[in-house]
Design a protein around this ligand. Structure first.
Ligand code: PEP
Ligand code: MG
Length: 325
């Protein structure tokens, strides 16, 4: 089985009717880059930078961060690398930041919210990213955006740091795509508004499902509500993809759903451009996509969106897939 999958390592990702999509890897640690390449990743779709900040007693310096980002960019040799700015809070804590205890951390000062409150922390990361941009194809992504003002402020700080670095003579890439995660329902519902403000979206289905279903992703007792194929989630995803396409922007999914073999036909049919997943899921996903007709799933996805439940959608997909690997 393993040997069978190896044949897909260096192939492009094409549906049976020749529609091209990109399969990317999610990484956290630097060792993950080699694993991504070994598994045929065409890009890094999500670098979770919080791992550079965790398991230590003080903030990583600008130079330390620069070295890590540069390493990933160089190793990917010009392939796209989406680096997400710090997403701390929620379930991920940094004791040395000494943040006040919150009664609802997942609804609290998480990710970009914290970064905008702590410009010292945020600007250090932005400078490290900008300096690393000279070494590859960097795209910067902001997590947990809920309103356009947050995005505007983050972009303003990024521009500000870029101007200062360029003025100091540091090499910085001319164009760096700037995108946002779609993982808060407000951003998904108003995706048509956000699409004008960014170069790309990446849908974080882990959080988007949690917030849409109002079910803590860490709480076993409500895990039955974690339903990627629920029509509500699929409709949000359709709106996000359609909104981005209207503005000529690209869309990825970087939550677990991207590597889910039952969800892939639907995401392909909805017109998703990039699927980002853990390295081990890439080759099975490429094999699955090669057996799917994009044209047929365009229709199939629209049918699925009219069904009444996650279970019904799953059964529908399984039924359509009969006879395929
Ligand atoms: C997500 O929310 O789907 C996501 C990819 O981000 P994380 O799992 O790091 O919250
Ligand atoms: Mg998330």
């Amino acid at each position: 089985r393993k040997a069978e999958l190896r044949q897909w390592v260096s192939r492009p990702t094409l549906s049976s009717d020749g529609h091209r999509v990109e399969l990317a890897a999610n990484i956290g640690k630097l060792e993950d880059v080699q694993k991504a390449l070994d598994n045929g990743a065409e890009a890094i779709g999500l670098f979770r930078t919080e791992f550079l900040y965790m398991g230590r007693s003080e903030l990583p310096t600008e130079d330390e961060q620069f070295a890590s980002y540069k390493y990933v960019l160089e190793k990917m040799e010009g392939k796209p690398v989406v680096i997400r700015t710090l997403d701390i809070g929620g379930d991920k804590e940094l004791p040395y930041l000494d943040l006040p205890k919150e009664s609802n951390p997942f609804l609290g000062q998480r990710a970009l919210r914290l970064c905008l409150e702590r410009p010292d922390v945020f600007r250090t990361q932005l400078r490290a990213l900008l300096r690393a941009s000279a070494y590859g194809n960097l795209k910067i992504m902001f997590p947990m955006v809920a309103v356009v003002e947050e995005l505007e402020e983050a972009k303003r700080m990024l521009e500000d740091e870029k101007r200062q670095l360029v003025a100091s003579g540091a090499p910085v890439a001319d164009t760096i795509e700037v995108g946002m995660m779609i993982e808060v329902p407000s951003a998904a519902i108003a995706a048509d508004i956000f699409a004008r403000e960014v170069d790309f979206f990446s849908i974080g289905t882990n959080d988007l499902i949690q917030y849409t279903m109002a079910a803590d992703r860490m709480n076993e007792t409500v895990s039955y509500l974690y339903q990627p194929s629920h029509p509500s989630i699929l409709r949000l995803i359709r709106h996000v993809i359609d909104s981005a396409r209207e503005q000529g922007k690209w869309v990825g999914v970087c939550g677990e759903m991207a590597g889910d073999l039952t969800a892939i036909p639907l995401l392909l049919g909805l017109g998703l451009h990039e699927f980002s997943m853990s390295a081990g899921s890439i080759l099975p996903a490429r094999e699955r996509i090669a057996a799917l007709s994009h044209a047929e799933w365009k229709t199939g996805a629209q049918q699925a969106l009219k069904l009444r439940s996650h279970q019904d959608v799953q059964a529908f997909v399984q039924d359509q897939l009969k006879g395929e690997p």
